[in-house]
Design a protein around this ligand. Structure first.
Ligand code: PLP
Length: 628
């Protein structure tokens, strides 16, 4: 637990059980419900679902929706805040139908709504968000059709709020609203001077891509008024970035946003809602700090700062407390899904050794490095040993290129070099102070565990923006992990790796894992992938979407769970179709080639049929490695 910090990033949902397996508590309030990951993996196997698999814990999703809403409700009551909370879930964070449907269903008692940022998301929200009391917030850039869809929502009696991101959108909205004679509900997104901290800080500040300046905001309000629609302006929106690492940014945004709301109100625009956007962060590395992958507050503190902050500004300004809206996506979805995959091999620089016994007439470089190894115990300056060994290896490579050293001699030098490095690493472990270069031995001697998945499909942000995601073995946690390793995926791309981990209280480039036992399935989990990662992946190397299992806990038996649904991942023909190939025609072409070989007598007819069937099976099969 100290090493992997499961309960620190687990948000009350994950911890290590006494049997060494990761356990899931899908409803933190009810600790009696526990799902053992080993049992889950066995069940997935029994169902015949191939790994890698996305596991969705629907109870976790429901729990997060309830937590956020009750947290706002309780804090509002405690603070004596006069307004309500009416949150919305931003579809873009995880657009999967099952995810959005579950959130809408769990949010029903709280009038929890949806946020859409594109036409496709708006079309989705129109069909799914059928609760007339909940909001549908429409952000993003909009065209004529977008506006008409929003107004269709109004006709259907729904609270569709068109948030104006740029001034020209307003002109379009007013024109279409007049033409259709439908009153829109209008929001304005303010460009904030306060910036978030962290990877997404560009969403705030004057150079932000979205939002209106203060002058544009006032112009918008007045334009609506001039067109007899002043009463339609109902919401002020701001969003200063996702994954806000420092709570101070939240406080500053609330006081700046609160002031804008108050002054608009005093100018005669009686807004009902203030929408504080997203940004509620997740503690990916378990450090509860302002690290990029963490945050120095929790959900409760965030909610308190929003509620009390807004109350303070409104009371000072003497304006009513508005209904509070937030657009938390990451906090709602991150914990609910994880990727479970298997380690399918190990790559080590020093994995192969050859016989290094002295041979007659061998090159002096081989002799030198052998002597260095033989005298290891007598050496007092280990930095010098490292320097000499490294120099011999480099010289040997040059000599090989100049055809002075044979391939066999080069292999001997490499073998001895790595043996010396292993001994140096053992020496380092006994020292209080280790020279800088020797510290890197941990990394250079680390194994690479080959994982059956694609970083580009399942953990895009680890590659794109160095986002840290927790990775842990799912079993054997009661055994000491003895192998330091990085994780590499099965794409043909050297960027397809994970080499940033939270280990103990530090961020390291290697992760301690267990030795692989022959014949054992060693599964690892990549956690907190429910926000963005689940849906942002690409098909690099034609690795497609993963098989998914949807898990619910059993009401009757706390130790039990059931796979409610299996959603098949992409087959090879699915991904080929997307890329404009015609798999049927391809199968036909390959069959013709096989037939030709049959006619030429190179393949027997029966064997030809087997090859044809095999090719077709591969087309309809999974894109990932098949493990036995
Ligand atoms: N609202 C808007 C306008 C956003 O751009 C985003 C994401 O950046 C969100 C909400 C969701 O933010 P988060 O996932 O941090 O809650």
């Amino acid at each position: 637990e100290k090493l992997y910090g499961v309960s620190r990033w687990g948000g009350g949902y994950f911890e290590i059980g006494e049997n060494g397996n990761v356990q899931v508590t899908p409803v933190p309030a009810d600790k009696s419900i526990r799902i053992d990951f080993k049992a889950l993996i066995d069940e997935i196997r029994e169902e015949g679902v191939q790994f890698p698999v996305v596991v969705r814990f629907h109870d976790v999703l429901r729990s997060q929706v309830a937590s956020l809403n009750t947290s706002f409700r309780d804090t509002i009551a405690e603070a004596g805040y006069q307004g309500e909370y009416q949150g919305v879930y931003p579809i873009k964070v995880n657009q999967m139908r099952e995810v959005v449907e579950e959130i809408v269903d769990a949010g029903e008692p709280f009038n929890y709504g949806l946020e859409a940022g594109s036409k496709a998301e708006l079309v989705t929200a129109l069909a799914l968000n059928i609760n007339e009391n909940s909001l549908t917030i429409l952000n993003g850039y909009k065209d004529d059709e977008f506006m008409r869809l929003a107004l269709l929502g109004r006709k259907l009696g729904r609270k569709m709020v068109v948030v104006v991101e740029k001034y020209t959108e307003l002109l379009l909205l007013v024109k279409i609203a007049k033409e259709l004679n439908i009153d829109p509900i209008v929001g304005v997104r303010a460009k904030m001077t306060v910036k978030g901290r962290g990877k997404w800080e560009g969403s705030g500040g004057e150079k932000a891509k979205f939002g209106l300046t203060i002058a544009e905001t006032i112009k918008t309000a007045r334009y609506l008024q001039e067109n007899g629609m002043g009463h339609c302006l109902k919401l002020l929106h701001f969003h200063i970035g996702s994954q806000l690492t420092d709570i101070r940014a939240v406080k500053e945004a609330i006081s700046e946003g609160g002031r804008i709301y108050a002054d608009l109100y005093k100018m005669g625009f009686e807004l009902d809602y203030v929408d504080v956007g997203g940004g509620l962060g997740i503690d990916y590395d378990g450090s509860a700090s302002t690290n990029d992958s963490s945050r120095n507050y929790n959900m409760q503190e965030y909610v308190a700062d929003v509620v009390y902050g807004m109350k303070e500004v409104c009371d000072l300004e003497g304006v009513p407390h508005p209904t509070l809206v937030s657009e938390s996506g990451r906090a709602i979805t991150a914990h609910h899904s994880c990727v479970v995959t298997e380690i399918v091999g190990e790559i080590r620089s020093n994995s192969a050794e050859i016989d290094t016994a002295a041979a007659s007439q061998e090159h002096v470089f081989v002799k030198n490095i052998r002597e260095l190894e033989d005298d290891f115990e007598q050496q007092t300056n280990m930095q010098e040993v490292f320097n000499d060994a490294s120099q011999y290896k480099e010289q040997a490579l040059d000599a090989f290129k100049l055809r002075v050293l044979s391939l066999e001699e080069l292999a001997k030098i490499e073998t001895i070099y790595w043996r010396i490095m292993v001994r140096l690493k053992q020496w380092c472990a006994t020292q209080d102070y280790v020279p800088e270069e020797l510290q890197e031995l941990d990394h250079s001697l680390a194994s690479q565990y080959l994982c059956n998945f694609s970083v580009f499909q399942s953990a895009a942000d680890t590659w794109a923006i160095d986002q840290l995601l927790p990775v842990v073995p799912l079993t054997r946690m009661n055994e000491k992990p003895e192998v330091n390793c990085t994780l590499v995926d099965i794409t043909c791309d050297s960027d397809g790796k994970i080499d940033q981990f939270a280990v103990g209280r530090e961020i390291t480039d290697v992760l301690p894992m267990h030795k692989l036992n022959a014949g054992e399935h060693y599964h690892v989990g990549l956690f907190l992938t429910g926000a963005y990662q689940d849906v942002m992946g690409d098909m690099h190397n034609l690795f497609g979407r993963l098989n998914e299992v949807h898990i619910y806990s059993h009401d009757d038996d706390p130790q039990d769970f059931y796979i409610e649904e299996v959603v098949k991942g992409s087959s090879v023909q699915d991904v080929l179709n997307i890329m404009q190939y015609n798999p049927r025609a391809m199968a036909y072409d390959v069959k013709k080639l096989i037939d030709k070989q049959i006619s030429a007598g190179n393949i027997m007819p029966r064997e030809g049929v087997r090859w044809t069937d095999f090719y077709e099976d591969c087309l309809s099969g999974y894109t990932y490695l098949k493990t036995s």
